[in-house]
Design a protein around this ligand. Structure first.
Ligand SMILES: Nc1ncnc2c1ncn2[C@@H]1O[C@H](COP(=O)(O)OP(=O)(O)O)[C@@H](O)[C@H]1O
Ligand SMILES: [Mg+2]
Length: 268
């Protein structure tokens, strides 16, 4: 390997694991390396100027996320959730404060480094699926797998989201929930380290939304992808390891769930 940062971070990871007591590791059958820090946000703020008026979208947020974590990000409309996710995903930059990915300061990264970060490390899922209507489910996913470094086969990604029987369907021939699952397959096919989902069930009814959450939970469990899910629906928080809440741009809650509920047990 000729990239010193890659060598450094893998050494950190190994040291970190070795420092954990063996008993603790054996006691934790579902250990997915949750003690390895993937993201660190320190004193992050973001404001927008609307003419003369200043809108403070995020105020002094500090947070860490760990490898394999499934976190739900709650908050009312306008509380700053999308702004935070977009900054984490390198789509937007903060007004002040820092973002670290595996200890590398992304807020000091060059444009080219940010592009590489978005392309290699981040999978995005949005409320509206953004599929290309003239391409089949398989072709929509292949658009990504053709340019990724180490993708899974597009068919495998679609099987992972339980759409192995819909490979040749076009978006118009799929239900909303199925289209969202194609969008999830597209996001995970490049094996991103972070999966960022902004209101992934926002346009779906209750039952269909649960199927989509089931798929996100499965991706997190089977691939170990660190997953952040934005919602304004507090009932969804039960499926998470971690619940983070924003209120008017401020962090108002940050807690661990002792156990994760299966999405099928959620009620809203
Ligand atoms: N590009 C922008 N220009 C101006 N104000 C914005 C912009 N994006 C978001 N905001 C404002 O920042 C606040 C937080 O927005 P957002 O992060 O989208 O909230 P949420 O996703 O929780 O609904 C809101 O008051 C919103 O109007
Ligand atoms: Mg939003």
């Amino acid at each position: 390997m000729n990239n010193p940062q890659v060598v450094d971070s893998s050494v950190d990871v190994i040291t970190h694991i070795q420092q954990r007591p063996l008993v603790e590791m054996l006691d934790d059958p579902l250990d997915r390396g949750q003690h390895i820090e993937v993201l660190r946000i320190t004193d992050l703020s973001k404001f927008y100027m609307m003419g003369e008026v200043r809108v403070d979208a995020l105020k002094h947020i500090s947070l860490e996320f760990h490898a394999g974590e499934l976190a739900v990000l709650l908050g009312a409309s306008g509380s700053g959730k999308s702004t935070l996710l977009n900054i984490i995903g390198g789509l937007d930059v903060p007004s002040s404060g820092k973002l670290f990915f595996h200890g590398r300061e992304m807020t000091a990264a060059t444009e080219a480094e940010l592009t590489a970060y978005r392309r290699r490390s981040i999978g995005f899922v949005f409320q509206f699926y953004n599929l290309i209507s003239s391409l089949s489910a398989l072709e929509n996913v292949q658009l990504v797998t053709e340019i990724a470094d180490n993708p899974m086969p597009a068919e495998e990604a679609l099987r992972l989201v339980d759409l192995g029987h819909r490979l040749n369907h076009f978006p118009a021939q799929l239900s909303g929930g199925e289209q969202q699952r194609v969008a999830i397959a597209r996001a995970v096919a490049k094996r991103p380290e972070l999966l960022l989902c902004d209101e992934p069930t926002g346009a779906l009814d209750f039952q269909t939304g649960k199927l989509v959450l089931d798929v996100l939970e499965k991706v997190n469990r089977e691939l170990g992808t660190t997953t952040l899910v934005i919602t304004h629906n507090a009932s969804i928080a039960g499926m998470a390891d971690r619940v983070v809440r924003l209120r008017s741009g401020e962090l108002s809650e940050d807690r661990q769930n002792l156990t994760r509920m299966s999405p099928s047990e959620l009620v809203w």
